[in-house]
Write a protein that binds this ligand. Structure first.
Ligand code: GUN
Length: 283
């Protein structure tokens, strides 16, 4: 293996320790950061995610509320819960776990969250703030990727970054964050004519498609930094990313593993956003 590993578990531990210290300082001022997590229905993956988010709150000393509702909850009732949490002074972050049941308009629900409590960074106001470089909440997964680059002291100025995937949650905000750090950014997607021609030019590659082996060794410039946002299962049912790790690690300069890479960073950045929301409300 030539690539150095960027260890998301180790970096998460370090950042969560810093969060805990800031939580303690805020508590001394009489404010406990609070996160409300809403889960509608019983999607098994969502249940694991929300459990991990609540546990991360406990570990960092934050207050958390998990609200679970039946899959047949009405959109009106859900909007009413969001509104109540918007007005609850003990809650600094509101997260509605996606996906929502098909009869509920997820966009409408996200837009009902107060931008001041939008710690997922999914509200149009948060997306707009990122776009124009104003303060707001950054979506946790691309934010975690930026922290991983920072952790290795990587200077993006003038570098070519290729993002594979154009989702609202990862690909598009990732591109904007890289651009803000003066990288030259290319966004590739399922209709990109020659993906390999693009990735071979890249100093940094972020793979965020949700499909195994999207990036293989022959597509990577020697020494490139490779961040793998994918969460897939291989034929043996083992968790794997979008990157052919065994092949790419022989070519890349830095690489994130799956599991233990970007995944833990996503929840860590949710803690950071919730803490920052509480700090902003404290003035
Ligand atoms: N579903 C999968 N990932 C996420 C996330 O980061 N936030 C929310 N709200 N739902 C998700």
């Amino acid at each position: 293996m030539t690539a150095q590993l960027i260890d998301g578990n180790a970096l998460s531990r370090q950042l969560r320790t810093e969060v805990s210290e800031r939580v303690t300082a805020l508590k001394a001022r009489g404010i406990t950061p609070g996160l409300a997590v809403i889960l509608v229905g019983d999607n098994p993956a969502s249940q694991v995610y929300v459990r991990n988010k609540v546990k991360a709150c406990e570990d960092t000393g934050m207050h958390s509320v998990l609200e679970r509702y039946e899959a047949n909850m009405s959109e009106t009732a859900l909007l009413a819960r969001v509104e109540a949490l918007n007005n609850d002074p003990t809650i600094h972050g509101i997260l509605v776990q996606l996906p929502l049941p098909a009869h509920i308009d997820a966009h409408k629900v996200i837009e009902a969250i107060s931008p001041a409590k939008d710690v997922d960074g999914f509200h149009v106001a948060s997306a707009g703030a990122l776009m124009v470089g104003q303060p707001g909440f950054w979506p946790c997964t691309p934010y975690g990727c930026m922290k991983m680059l920072e952790s290795i002291g990587y200077d993006l100025k003038g570098k070519h970054a290729v993002v594979i995937g154009r989702s609202n949650i990862v690909g598009k905000p990732m591109a904007l964050m890289l651009l803000q750090q003066d990288a030259t950014v290319t966004v590739c997607h399922s209709r990109t004519a020659d993906l390999k021609a693009q990735t071979l030019q890249a100093d940094v590659i972020v793979a965020a498609v949700g499909k195994r082996n999207v990036l293989t060794a022959d597509m990577v410039k020697p020494g490139a930094v490779v961040l793998d946002v994918g969460m897939n299962r291989n034929d043996e049912g083992k968790l794997c990313g979008d990157v052919d790790f065994d092949g790419v690690k022989e070519v890349a300069g830095w690489i994130t593993p799956v599991p233990g890479g970007v995944g833990p960073m996503t929840i860590t950045m949710l803690m950071v956003n919730t803490l920052e929301s509480a700090e902003r409300s404290a003035g």
